[in-house]
Write a protein that binds this ligand. Structure first.
Ligand SMILES: [Zn+2]
Length: 286
């Protein structure tokens, strides 16, 4: 098995670049502290696979964020992947509601992909296609990025996976070949991710083509939350509210929505936080 990696490949006779992502342990860790229903799990898994594939496809040093906000069942979905392929993500669902389709889940949704590589983050709007996130991203690549692409995404509570095929800019491809590749990646099913290595799967899927497979790159779950960042949020909320919570609850507990980490702030911490000359500890307290 070669799970928790993304494997780039190329076609010797076609101007197409591709990558296959398969997340297993990384994906289950992301789900660990949450209780999503099957549809939200699937959608979040599609987002995890897609964000990893996009991060792999770009030459950059920074973070990709895929964000969906809707007034429907899915209030918020955030998926982030760094250029080092560290991934984290979460979804928040309107309490007491459950959607039965992707269209219902993301009704009136805004979706955006942000590439943050330092100075000026670039944000592209992804128009939601009611059929799936994969179809939405195909439109996004074709219109916003102007790189015709095929996207296949699969996920359940055990794995998240996908394939991204992109035309090489400036090199025309025969429409029949391009359609044939789309048809092939549409045949992917969950059972393809139960035993095969990515190398094997790519070879099997494109058996008619001469495919060159490159070294897989590992993908890891990693949260970048830190005591310092939580303290910044508490300072934004303000001293009055912090002290009020302290009085009511005894201490302030902050739980990271991504990794589930609990952090506690007692009266001494709050005193220190709002003192004039604040001295912060190390960025990430273990
Ligand atoms: Zn965290």
């Amino acid at each position: 098995m070669s799970a928790d990696s993304v494997t780039p490949f190329g076609f010797e006779a076609l101007p197409v670049r591709g990558a296959l992502i398969h997340l297993s342990r990384t994906w289950r860790r992301m789900l660990r502290d949450h209780d999503y229903d099957a549809l939200v799990t699937e959608t979040l898994g599609h987002a995890a696979a897609a964000t990893g594939l996009i991060a792999q496809s770009l030459k950059f040093d920074g973070t990709i964020t895929l964000q969906i906000q809707s007034t429907g069942t899915l209030q918020m979905l955030v998926m982030q992947c760094t250029s080092e392929l560290d991934v984290r993500g979460m979804a928040a669902v309107e309490e007491g509601t459950a959607a039965t389709s992707f269209a219902e889940l993301t009704s009136k949704a805004h979706c955006a992909v942000t590439v943050d590589a330092g100075d000026r983050p670039y944000q592209g709007i992804v128009e939601i296609d009611d059929r799936s996130l994969a179809a939405s991203l195909e439109h996004y690549f074709a219109r916003s990025v102007q790189v015709p692409s095929h996207v296949a995404l699969l996920a359940n509570e055990e794995f998240a996976a996908g394939i991204l095929l992109q035309q090489v800019p400036g090199a025309p491809i025969d429409a029949d070949d391009w359609n044939r590749l789309h048809f092939l990646i549409e045949t992917l099913s969950p059972k393809d991710f139960t035993g095969d290595t990515s190398l094997h799967l790519i070879g099997k899927l494109f058996a008619e083509d001469d495919v060159r497979v490159y070294e897989p790159r590992p993908v890891n779950f990693r949260c970048r939350c830190s005591a310092r960042k939580v303290e910044d949020v508490l300072k934004m909320i303000g001293e009055e509210e912090a002290r009020q919570t302290l009085e009511e609850m005894g201490d302030i507990e902050v739980i990271c929505e991504y990794c589930g980490r609990h952090r506690h702030f007692d009266a001494v911490d709050v005193e220190r936080l709002f003192a004039d000359n604040v001295v912060f500890g190390p960025d990430s307290v273990q």
